[in-house]
Design a protein around this ligand. Structure first.
Ligand code: GLY
Ligand code: MN
Ligand code: MN
Length: 443
């Protein structure tokens, strides 16, 4: 079946589910209508140049539209949702295309030419929950973002509909094309910037289409977790390559990391060990599992690898207790992903709110909940050689548990991260979108 026919088949159930969730969310807060502005363009200070438009994620939950500022969705329980679609008369810029495709039948659509025209199509009575940014306010329609409504919608957004998983699979397929082109460019000795261009070419995505800035680091730059400098020349000696880059499709994100050594050496062996451990961690992505457990298991797995390679001499338990594992693996094992690369409600205790705190000593974990049926999360273990963090270990008693000569040998390689996007399902093994799309692309 073509992608479009799959989406056409799956979208009605998606919109039914979103409507059902919105109905309960409104009941929770005692509201009559849900109103969602897409957002407005922002301009650079003292200038008429606009920033890239970033649509309200609550808007693209309903429709796969990411480029229509000053549009609105209105939902009243029991009625067909309404799209107020802004298509300005403008000969300076390209304007959003006429609404078309598999989703339009599910909406009453009105076209407006000026932002203010929305006023006559927004609800004229009743209590409104308006979800958006302050600057989307239009007349008396001022975003109020009621907590009971947002808590409910955000909490349940973890569980993706089949339509959303198809969207994310496509975002993954596109990202994988970029990754294959990027690895080829690395093997050809290209600079970070040239590798980035190869990625853009293969994915056919502009930088502002991407769900986040590409992270493309050669050698020691792989140790900078969110490295975006991109040197214009290649280093004289190529050792390693870390690429963390995703793609977008209809407002949904993929988030993929791979690491390569330039030759078959010990660093490649360590990459392979992290890759194997990553697959074991992906196997833990099951409904009902506490994601914090996957994070803590990662500390054990990464420390075991460090021990196997002679970088540390203590047990994984001692590495955790001495904060050594935090120095080599200084971020969370992952996060929810979907309409946003770092999706919402990672800490929610329930759909009525509340917060589940991070484990003590783990300040960067972004998800502390139990996984739901069809939660989509990233699994992204890593081992890095970061001078600043290793200096902190050196200053403690734990320094005795580190083989600093081995650290010095690995330091020029920067770091390792392997990241996949995985769906939790009770009826079968976890669905690893990233591995499946790499396998398809390589076959
Ligand atoms: N690419 C950002 C992250 O992995 O969370
Ligand atoms: Mn990433
Ligand atoms: Mn990630």
């Amino acid at each position: 079946m073509s992608l479009d026919s799959t989406l056409a088949a799956e979208y009605p159930a998606h919109i039914a589910e979103v409507s059902k969730r919105a109905t309960v969310a409104l009941e929770r807060g005692g509201f009559d209508h849900l109103v969602i502005p897409s957002g407005v363009l922002r301009y650079q200070v003292f200038d008429d140049r606009d920033y890239a438009f970033a649509v309200n994620p609550n808007f693209k939950y309903w429709v796969p539209i990411t480029n229509a500022p000053s549009s609105w969705i209105v939902f009243t329980p029991g009625s067909k949702p309404k799209l107020i679609f802004m298509q300005p008369h403008d000969y300076w810029h390209s304007v959003p295309q006429d609404p078309s495709g598999y989703w339009v039948d599910q909406f009453d659509i009105v076209i407006i030419r000026e932002a203010d025209e929305a006023l006559k199509h927004l609800p004229s009575s009743g209590k409104l929950a308006i979800l958006g940014e302050e600057n989307s306010a239009l007349g008396s329609f001022v975003p109020n973002n009621p907590a009971p409504v947002l808590d409910y919608l955000d909490y349940h957004r973890h569980s993706k509909t089949p339509y959303e998983i198809t969207m994310m699979r496509e975002a993954t397929r596109i990202g994988v094309l970029g990754h294959l082109a990027a690895e080829k460019a690395f093997r050809e000795g290209k600079s970070e910037f040239a590798i980035h261009l190869a990625y853009q070419e293969a994915t056919q995505q502009e930088p502002f289409d991407l769900p986040y800035m590409n992270i493309i680091g050669l050698n020691e730059n792989g140790a900078v977790l969110h490295y975006t400098n991109r040197a214009r020349t290649a280093p004289p000696k190529l050792l390693s390559f870390l690429i963390d880059a995703g793609a977008s499709f209809g407002g949904y994100a993929s988030d993929i990391t791979r690491t390569y050594s330039y030759v078959q050496d010990e660093f490649q062996a360590m990459v392979d060990a992290v890759d194997k451990a990553e697959l074991e961690l992906c196997a833990m992505v099951v409904p009902g599992v506490d994601y914090k457990e996957i994070h803590m298991a990662t500390h054990m797995e990464m420390s075991q690898i460090l021990n196997d390679f002679g970088v540390i001499t203590c047990s994984p338990e001692a590495a955790l207790a001495g904060r050594i594992s935090n120095a080599f693996f200084p971020h969370g094992i992952g996060h929810p992903i979907g309409l946003q690369v770092h999706d919402v409600a990672g800490f929610h205790a329930a759909d009525t709110g509340g917060r589940i705190e991070r484990p003590v000593g783990q300040p960067y974990l972004r998800l502390t909940r139990e996984l739901m049926e069809n939660s989509v999360v990233t699994i992204e273990p890593g081992i890095y050689f970061i001078q600043m963090l290793l200096d902190e270990v050196r200053a403690t008693d734990a320094t005795k548990d580190v083989n600093w000569d081995r650290v010095a040998e690995f330091m020029p390689y920067g770091g390792i991260r392997i990241e996949d996007n995985v769906v939790a399902r009770s009826s079968s093994a976890p669905l690893n979108l990233t591995r499946e799309e790499f396998a398809k692309a390589r076959s």
